[in-house]
Design a protein. Sequence first.
Length: 225
Amino acid sequence: MYEERPSRLTGAVVWTTTPSGPPGAVLPDGCMDLLWTDGHLLVAGPDTHAYVPEGPGAAWAGVRFFPGTAPALLGVPAHELRDRRVELADLWPASEVRRLTARVAAAPDPAQGLEDLALERAAPPDPLLSRLVAALDAGRPVAATADELGIGARQLHRRALWAFGYGPKTLARILRLQRALGLLRGGVPPAETAARAGYADQAHLTRDVRELTGETPGQLMGRAT
């Protein structure tokens, strides 16, 4: 069972999941997560394809950060964590992680402990990156967005690679995927979803969703019901 709520950290989401069958795939969303499971602190890097957890289902808690904000907290470029799940002890000093692990374990619940940790460590969001996410999430072209931000294409790519783990075109594609999934979950027909989310047509929607998730829109929606 999956549950989530808005975090006290701007733009973030606090979530928990408990075993209720085989673990489901985690779809690309432009975000990174701080995770807790079985007494361990981990980090989920930015995904470029669906991630399917291995092994039996387990209880998890997490803080999902707004796109582009986790690297400043972690002190690690996002591209180094792309498509990876790593122990926090691989990124921070082991003694510090042991202290934080004990602190989260002693919290009223792990999700609250993770949120408190994130609130203490988070850096102010970069206004340029926030504007970039907003523009691409609204369907603005990458080149036009770069011009509007007053930044060259190469510099934009470098900034995006550090913050999101991939270039702005991949970020735009993943944000478009999430727009489409939101519309489909709301009952919008595929053809209308394709038009509203920014795809050329329904075939483009189907092809892109399959490439990013490994399934067609129909398969994803069928699994969600």
